[in-house]
Design a protein around this ligand. Structure first.
Ligand code: C5P
Length: 230
């Protein structure tokens, strides 16, 4: 069974406030992206990885990330696009038609596990689409423009979406084609798939599967890494 992982790593990381895009910043001495790619390389369900990176960083990624770390599953490196959704679409265009399932995983979530990959892939195989998510933990308030709380939202049905997100290839392709036609930009892949009416299920992830977005996330990331390698 062909299961292809698309890894969008073409952001500029403006919220991080560094010149280097965050996916190339060091965590435990190696670029963030390397941590995510190691897990996909080791995964028994993944057969191929397609990486989307900034056009100007393709050579660096080929030599310093993929060749240096011997990521044998990364067979294609494509140039990303303006928005994350464009980067995913460029990678998706490289997937061969005989691939059954496609996973999308943000390069900047270095704590994904092989177990998450296996569980989300199985769920997508059964339902058409599945994402890793966690139940919302904090009390949620709906707030008006004047900063006055309008109500407390029932958090029981609310989950926070993470990646990986997995889909049958045909489903994700149709969802992206539909988004292009409608000129719609979604916040994640599930958003696009929900819009074509295909059910997407949640598979419980972990609070450690954080997205490295702001400088403080790197501090938390180093702590998680230290705990795991102890
Ligand atoms: O900016 P954000 O945290 O949402 O980025 C999530 C992932 O999408 C990151 O791995 C980032 O590199 C990637 N991305 C991309 N192309 C863009 C913007 C973001 O591949 N144009």
């Amino acid at each position: 069974r062909k299961v292809v992982a698309l890894v969008p790593a073409a952001g500029r990381g403006l919220r991080m406030g560094t010149k280097t895009p965050k996916q190339f910043l060091g965590l435990g001495g190696v670029p963030l992206l390397v941590h995510s790619l190691r897990v996909f390389e080791a995964s028994r369900v993944i057969t191929e990885v397609i990486l989307a990176v900034p056009a100007e960083d393709r050579d660096y990624c080929r030599d310093e990330i993929v060749a240096r770390h011997r990521f044998s599953k990364v067979r294609r490196i494509v140039a990303g696009g303006k928005q994350r959704q464009d980067s995913v679409r460029h990678a998706l265009a490289e997937v061969e038609p005989d691939a059954e399932l496609v996973l999308v995983h943000d390069a900047v979530r270095p704590f994904v596990t092989e177990d998450m990959i296996a569980r989300v892939t199985d769920a997508a195989d059964r339902h058409g689409g599945a994402i890793i998510a966690i139940p919302s933990r904090d009390t949620l308030k709906q707030v008006g423009p004047d900063h006055i709380i309008e109500r407390t939202v029932d958090r029981a049905p609310l989950w926070q979406a993470q990646t990986p997100q997995a889909f049958r290839r045909s489903v994700l392709q149709k969802a992206h084609d539909h988004a292009v036609i409608k000129g719609y930009v979604g916040t994640d892949e599930a958003d696009l798939v929900e819009r074509i009416g295909v059910p997407v299920v949640v598979v419980e992830g972990s609070g450690e599967n954080i997205k490295i977005t702001r400088p403080e996330d790197l501090i938390i990331g180093e702590a998680i890494l230290a705990e795991r390698t102890r």
